[in-house]
Design a protein around this ligand. Structure first.
Ligand SMILES: [Fe+2]
Length: 318
């Protein structure tokens, strides 16, 4: 069956771009009408290379949504509204150099966070604005055995409500800080995840870390930060990453269970526009089979409550 596909699609090729992560697929034009075998080809390449790239595509927002649905069930962001006229498109429209410029996997503040994301470049910045991905499976394998043994036992709380505002405060970007508080974290989600999860499809152990981590369970903040710094350092070693310089039309698709990513906010006051869809993921399992849990599920942000009601929580019944 797959032989028929390869003939039909003029032999798609997968070209490795980095030693540990990343490949470009050529010979496939992305469309919601891809045949089953092409969908499987792309998905399997993604599982193997963690992130795959396509140049010179011409998807519309609606086609990107329909294409995403070929690989799984689409899921919207829990707090940020989808782009106008779309059901599930998350808009990354930067002005003033804003970008998701900290290492993270998408939406890990949800217990069942997305298994994959598909990002499409509408308008690249005229310079800069690249995106980096890191392989969290090779990162785990690069740990010395005693550190693997420790990581296997660690759990962490991930939240959408503890963004590091240091840079934004330094730049006096009050508008974006307000957006973080009033939109991104208007409702608070926190999930408890194992630091090492077993990938449900490849069986690999991957490190589940990134920007949304608040702290390690059972550790004080200084110890938590020190340990996370050591582990995260293995994820983001340059040799463990791939950098993609966007052109209009490019599409990247990554395994959100086996990668972290970040943008580089080095495009000054220029504009940069991308759109993303995410696919429903399973609930992670630790090395010993325990599942992640949603520990806070969309409660109103206490700081907003304080502003609106003058109390930190629901008013006491008196
Ligand atoms: Fe992201």
């Amino acid at each position: 069956m797959s032989l028929g596909l390869v003939e039909k699609t003029a032999s798609p090729t997968v070209t490795k771009l980095g030693g540990q992560i990343g490949a470009e697929i050529r010979g496939i034009t992305l469309s919601p009408d891809l045949d089953e075998a092409s969908v499987a080809f792309v998905y399997n390449a993604m599982l193997e290379h963690k992130v795959v790239f396509f140049r010179k595509q011409s998807l519309t927002s609606a086609q990107q949504e329909a294409l995403g649905a070929r690989f799984g069930t689409l899921v919207s962001h829990p707090t940020v509204s989808s782009a106008q006229g779309t059901k599930h498109i998350f808009e990354l429209k930067a002005r003033k150099g804003r970008a998701a410029n900290t290492w993270h996997a998408d939406m890990t503040f949800m217990a069942s966070y997305p298994k994959a994301s598909i990002l499409r470049c509408i308008r690249p910045s005229p310079y800069g604005g690249a995106t980096l991905w890191a392989n969290t499976a090779t990162a785990y394998r690069s740990l010395p055995q005693p550190l693997q043994d420790l990581a296997d036992k660690l759990w962490a709380i991930h939240t959408n409500n503890e963004y590091d505002h240091t840079d934004l405060i330094a730049e006096r970007d009050w508008e974006f800080i307000q957006w973080q508080a009033n939109v991104f974290a208007a409702r608070v989600f926190e999930a408890k995840h194992p630091v090492v999860r077993v990938h449900p499809e490849t069986g690999e152990k991957t490190l589940l870390l990134g920007q949304f981590i608040k702290r390690l369970v059972g550790f004080n903040l200084p110890d938590s930060r020190a340990l996370l710094g050591i582990l995260q350092g293995h994820v983001t070693r340059p040799e463990n990453t791939i950098t993609w310089h966007w052109q209009a039309g490019d599409v990247a698709m990554w395994d959100n269970r086996a990668t972290e990513h970040r943008a580089i906010a080095d495009f000054g006051q220029e504009e940069r526009e991308l759109q993303r869809v995410t696919l429903v993921g399973d609930t992670p399992r630790s090395v010993d089979g325990q599942q992640s849990q949603q520990v806070v599920n969309g409660t109103p942000n206490p700081v907003l409550l304080l502003e609106q009601t003058g109390t930190w929580g629901p008013r006491a019944q008196d």
